[in-house]
Design a protein around this ligand. Structure first.
Ligand code: FES
Ligand code: FES
Length: 172
């Protein structure tokens, strides 16, 4: 296993130097890993991006969510090799104004206790707001439905999302 950072953007026709070539947070990485490896393991174990959490491994908890081409995707069962050429964004993304706005709203609402579920929730909310800056109650609950929180922060998470939605200004 190993990883090499190739450059700052996806280039069509770019040579794949090893098992995988992935664009994560705006950088392209060549990764010596089996393309069948679930994305969450590649992010955490090969790229050191441990902000994406592993919970159930069965698409049942939402802890492993990342953005793929702007939409929230659970990374624990998707083979990383299927995401070549796609734009993957994790909670570590620098300078992502939407992720920053969602994170700030969570902080303002006190929407974290142990914090384990929070990166996945922030990603889910960012994906929702990217598609619809003013989502209604039904859309908000649908976006958060895959995300479990053992600490019971759901009410505060909803408060944070409603603040962003009524603000409508979270979208860059
Ligand atoms: S670890 Fe992916 S949904 Fe639980
Ligand atoms: S804050 Fe602890 S699991 Fe959600």
């Amino acid at each position: 296993m190993g990883v090499a950072r190739i450059g700052g953007s996806v280039r069509s026709g770019e040579a794949v130097l090893s098992g995988l070539s992935l664009c994560v947070n705006g950088s392209v990485y060549a990764i010596a890993a089996d393309p069948a490896t679930p994305l969450v393991y590649v992010l955490r174990n090969e790229l050191g991006m441990t902000g994406t959490k592993f919970g159930c491994g069965l698409e049942q908890c939402g802890a492993c969510a990342v953005l793929v081409d702007g939409a929230s995707v659970l990374s624990c069962n998707v083979p990383a090799g299927q995401l070549a050429g796609r734009d993957i964004v994790t909670i570590e993304a620098d300078g992502d104004s939407l992720l920053d706005a969602v994170g700030a709203a969570f902080v303002a609402a006190g929407a974290a206790q142990c914090g384990y579920c929070i990166p996945g929730m922030v990603i889910a909310v960012a994906g929702l707001l990217r598609a619809d800056p003013r989502p209604g109650e039904e859309a908000i609950r649908a976006a958060l439905q895959p995300h479990l929180c053992r600490c019971g922060t759901h009410a505060r998470v909803l408060r944070a999302v409603h603040a962003l939605s009524s603000d409508g200004g979270a979208r860059p």
